[in-house]
Design a protein around this ligand. Structure first.
Ligand code: UDP
Length: 236
């Protein structure tokens, strides 16, 4: 039987990936599917931390005419809604889970404490990081890069609606070509829509590999964990 190639991973799930086909809000079936996928790899002994996005409810840049900082705080709150939904789905299938928020809201979740997060992971609990970095002008992709570095995750699993990185938008261009492997500099130079440049630079500077793959196909998270080459690998 194949063995996991990673011991500790950081899974980034965009808000969009939680919305399913409707493109907005939360789709229960989709969330349950993701929870099942996470259970598969937890059962293999992999330590899993998750960063959730918030774009299925709100993005800072959607707040036209609004104060940007206020709009970004709204985005961070959206990630907390997603984190709680995911926590609930994971606990429903027996996975021990802790949510930690970068902005204190103690009645709802623990505050982010790195050492405590690592301890939870060591005990086999899934840790969900919510409220981004706690700072406006950042993204949850940057949060994923930052938390991955802090908890010494071996890889960022970037679960997307699209099944990898393409040279142009595959929804708009049917001849778009998928990359199997890329360097961080390729992503920055070609302006590829994988992560924003802050997040990509943080991964580059700290040598954190990124696996980009589609979340909607069954068992994709497991496949990545077992070393199957699906999606796009960014690692140099
Ligand atoms: N956000 C922020 N600081 C952070 C992380 C997120 O201000 O450290 C805000 C920002 O407004 C962003 C929103 O939260 O647009 C939702 O996050 P993101 O767009 O990264 O979610 P995703 O695209 O992954 O669903």
């Amino acid at each position: 039987m194949k063995k996991p190639i990673y011991k500790r991973v950081l899974l980034k799930i965009s808000g969009e990936a939680l919305a399913g086909e409707q493109g907005f809000g939360l789709d229960t079936e989709t969330i349950n599917h993701i929870a099942d996928e996470v259970k598969n790899i937890v059962d293999m002994g992999v330590e899993v931390a998750i960063v959730v996005g918030g774009g299925n409810f709100w993005r800072g840049r959607s707040g036209q005419g609004m104060d940007r900082t206020t709009a970004d705080y709204m985005g961070m709150l959206a990630t907390v809604i997603n984190a709680l939904a995911l926590q609930d789905a994971l606990e429903n299938i027996g996975i021990l889970t802790r949510t930690q928020t970068a902005i204190e809201m103690r009645q709802i979740a623990e505050p982010y404490i790195r050492r405590r997060a690592v301890r939870h992971l060591e005990k086999g609990r899934v840790v969900i990081f919510a409220a981004g970095t706690g700072n406006p002008y950042f993204s949850t992709d940057t949060t994923a890069a930052l938390r991955a570095a802090e908890i010494e995750a071996e890889v960022i699993l970037l679960a997307k609606k699209v099944d990898g990185v393409y040279d142009s938008d595959p929804y708009e261009n049917p001849t778009a070509v998928k990359f199997d492997e890329l360097s961080y500099l390729d992503v920055l130079r070609l302006g590829l829509k994988v992560m924003d440049s802050t997040a990509t630079s943080l991964c580059m500077d700290n040598s954190i590999p990124i696996k980009v793959f589609g979340i909607d196909k069954p068992n994709n998270i497991t496949k990545v964990i077992l070393g199957e080459s699906i999606g796009t690998f960014i690692n140099r």
